[in-house]
Write a protein that binds this ligand. Structure first.
Ligand code: C2E
Ligand code: MG
Ligand code: MG
Length: 733
């Protein structure tokens, strides 16, 4: 062996547990060398040494083997070029050439063979050697194979950080990651968004298809999330069917809204699980630091609230956090509590909306719609309280009451008009539903073919044998079945062939948008109608309000219609009166065209002009502009900054001005807030306003700790007269 002398006493210091090697300095023979040899032969470890240039002058045989070169070829090579530091666990570790170049001692560094980062790892240590004059002579060192320990350690830390089912980060890891990101970003004034995601109807899949199917579904959800979400973002599963995404450096609510929408659409596509098809949905809540919370705890709470609001609003939606969601959540809790006694206290009733045959405009039946008369709040919409009832486990009792009451009341109508009753997917999943229907029919003496059950397509989510058996059992009773809200969520014409429906109800959003220019819904409705005709089913267009919609539906061959153009829902007394009169024709009455876009509302906003902030009332709002009221005689082209609150500022110009009303046009259009509303893409923090030289007197009310106080600035005088809320105008100048 051409290996150079080996300083054993120094070696002894370098190897933990190598105390057995007893020898005099400089010796490389005798017992000590023998021990070194047997240590090497047993492959317990290996040794190396370099000259002052860092070139190898000794290396154990078996490590040379592992590096794939004979010892002879390795001698003379720079040690630092043969190995590579593994930085997985210590990203900021100095490089090997740096350590060796600065003659630094090192212990237990994890390295792998240069160019082969995966496969085998060693822990290497090295001690710089100096001569009597303090001159650097080279390194002595040793190494040992740690591949197995490292792999099992990594497995264990993988387990500690990742969710074993989906491979996504787990709750603990997400919490830490959010914490460190937010701390780092706070100093750098960077923004970070947090998306909370919850699967809709996942519990039902678990219950109907079993836990194994549920697990498989979660895996597929994780795969889809990885596909839509950028690699720079961290995705985690933080609960049974709850996911979280950390999105660094994003505060554009336009981009986030689009992503939220994309995630929901992707996750709502059907899944194939063990050959069975199933459909679920997703709701998303979004909060952005620093606006909606600086600390991770606050940001998570904000995103959670936004998610809660998204679910409360009917699911399959995204919501941004806003401070008024606190009251929404409180309101929901209160409603849930109040609903527990609503039935017993006689606060629920049914209202009936006519369903009309198009063309003749004759009433063929009524849809029974629940009405809750709250003692303090007045009528509450079922669109609000049905989802709460479903979550709170109250839907079974409420649904049973509605079914029995509808059958009972319809039985007293003169003639043969049908009654349609909405059935929640939760009721549909209950095997006792057919016997409940049978009992309601028997008790009321209503003919079975006068009862129509309206079912939404979400009942197909499991598509198991149970769903089919339920259809068969219900049809056996002689009742009619209608597919409700077709055109929302994931609609498949395939459903129509599989289930024995007597009617398809085309959803109102789908119906109303069909008259918009360039919209393809009309073509789709034609396809639905022809398939329905071929299968002997009726079709109903829901939510017809305008003449043009009615004419289009009629011309597309839709057989029935329902909507305000014919009638709103009416009380039982009114139905009895109408049916007794025998006058079954309803004359359409509504606007000639359906108008979308501009919304009327009354809301206080601030208008900032130069150094002044005026309070005005916003009368209507669209993406591109708003009509405000409260300033007198404002010239055209006057620039304003509209303050919608919560840091939402929009630059606008006066385009129309008459008396105390101004039409404003925004420089950058607003975007959808996921709900019915609009919001600005970006928000401005008061710090930024101040930094941008915005006059402090014009800042919206609030607490601005960073804004310098006592600045000696003279403010300009207000230029416009403001009309105060009492309606009297006062000149402020
Ligand atoms: P749905 O089954 O799609 O019922 C139609 C909804 O559209 C009703 O809202 C009706 O008032 C409304 N509507 C009808 N024509 C028009 C129109 O021309 N324009 C507009 N803008 N709306 C129109 P409502 O009564 O608020 O009910 C909302 C939803 O609540 C229903 O949607 C149904 O899904 C659910 N619901 C109502 N009653 C029950 C019930 O007894 N059980 C269950 N499970 N759900 C119910
Ligand atoms: Mg319905
Ligand atoms: Mg409907």
């Amino acid at each position: 062996m051409s290996n150079a002398p080996f300083g054993l006493s120094r070696l002894k210091q370098a190897i933990p547990g190598a105390r057995a090697i007893r020898a005099r300095d400089g010796s490389h023979g005798g017992a000590a060398a023998g021990i070194v040899c047997s240590f090497e032969r047993a492959r317990l470890g290996w040794f190396w040494s370099t000259d002052s240039e860092g070139r190898l002058n000794y290396i154990s045989d078996h490590i040379a083997e592992a590096l794939g070169k004979p010892v002879g070829q390795l001698i003379g090579q720079p040690f630092a070029t043969l190995f590579e530091l593994d930085t997985t666990d210590r990203p900021s570790q100095r490089t090997l050439p740096f350590l060796l170049g600065t003659h630094t001692s090192f212990t237990e560094l994890t390295v792998s063979a240069a160019g082969h980062p995966e496969g085998q790892w060693w822990a290497v240590s090295g001690l710089p050697q100096t001569g009597s004059q303090g001159t650097f002579l080279g390194y002595h060192g040793h190494g040992r194979d740690i591949t197995e320990t490292l792999l099992s350690q990594r497995d264990a830390s993988q387990l500690a950080m990742y969710d074993s089912l989906t491979g996504l980060a787990n709750r603990h890891h997400m919490a830490r990651r959010l914490e460190t990101t937010l701390t780092a970003y706070q100093a750098a004034k960077r923004s970070c968004a947090l998306m909370m995601l919850d699967l809709d109807r996942f519990k039902q899949v678990n219950d109907t298809l079993g836990h194994q199917a549920g697990d498989e579904l979660l895996k597929q959800v994780a795969q889809r999330l990885r596909r839509v979400i950028d690699e720079t973002c961290e995705i985690g599963r933080v609960g049974g069917d709850e996911f979280q995404v950390i999105l660094p450096d994003i505060d554009d609510r336009g981009t986030l809204g689009e992503l939220g929408h994309k995630v929901i659409t992707m996750l709502s596509q059907p899944y194939s699980i063990d050959g069975a098809r199933c459909v679920i949905g997703a709701s998303v809540g979004i909060a952005i630091a620093p606006y909606d919370g600086l600390e991770s705890e606050d940001l998570v709470r904000s995103a959670d609230l936004a998610l809660y609001a998204a679910k409360g609003a009917g699911r399959g939606q995204y919501r941004f956090y806003s401070s008024d969601l606190h009251s929404v959540a409180e309101e929901r809790r209160q409603l849930e509590e109040d609903m527990r006694d609503a039935l017993a206290n006689g606060q629920m009733r049914l209202a009936y909306q006519p369903i009309v045959s198009l063309g003749e405009n004759l009433i063929s039946g009524f849809e029974a719609l629940l009405r809750w008369e709250h003692p303090e709040r007045g009528d509450i919409s079922p669109a609000l309280f049905i989802p709460i009832a479903e979550d709170a486990g109250l839907i079974a009792a409420l649904g049973e009451w509605a079914l029995r009451q509808a059958c009972f009341e319809a039985a007293s109508w003169e003639g043969n008009a049908r009654v349609a009753v909405n059935v929640s997917p939760i009721q549909f999943a209950n095997v006792a539903l057919p016997s409940l229907v049978a009992s309601a029919l028997a008790a009321s003496q209503l003919a079975p073919d006068r009862l129509e059950l309206e079912i939404t397509e979400s009942v197909f989510l499991g598509e198991g044998a149970d769903t089919q058996a339920m259809f068969v059992a219900l049809k056996k009773l002689g009742v009619r079945l209608a597919l409700d809200d077709f055109g929302t969520g994931y609609s498949s014409l395939g459903y129509l062939q599989k289930a024995p429906f007597d009617k398809i109800k085309i959803d109102q959003s789908f119906v109303r948008s069909s008259t918009e220019p360039g919209n393809r819904n009309a073509a789709i409705i034609t396809a639905i109608v022809s398939l329905a005709n071929a299968l002997g089913m009726e079709t109903t267009a829901e939510g017809i309000e305008a003449r043009d919609t009615l004419d289009l539906m009629h011309s597309l061959g839709v057989s029935h219609g329902q909507g305000y153009i014919f009638s709103r829902a009416m009380d039982q007394d009114k139905v009895l009166e109408l049916m007794a009169s025998g006058e079954l024709e309803l004359h359409p009455d509504g606007p000639s065209t359906h108008r979308s876009g501009r919304k009327t509302l009354l809301r206080k906003v601030g208008l900032i002009h130069e150094d002044h902030r005026y309070d005005v009332t916003m009368r209507n709002l669209s993406k591109t502009g708003a009509m405000v009221e409260g300033l007198i005689d404002v010239p055209l082209e006057t620039p304003f900054v509209v303050d919608f609150g919560e840091g939402q500022l929009a630059v606008a110009k006066v385009r129309r001005s008459k008396g105390q009303r101004q039409g404003l046009e925004f420089e950058v259009p607003l975007i959808s807030d996921g709900a019915d509303g609009l919001c600005t893409r970006h928000r401005v923090s008061p710090y930024m306003l101040a930094a941008a030289g915005m006059p402090l007197g014009a800042l919206p009310p609030g607490n601005y700790p960073l804004v310098g106080q006592g600045q000696n600035k003279t403010f300009s005088l207000p230029q416009f007269a403001q009309v105060d809320p009492a309606g009297e105008s006062r000149r402020v100048v």
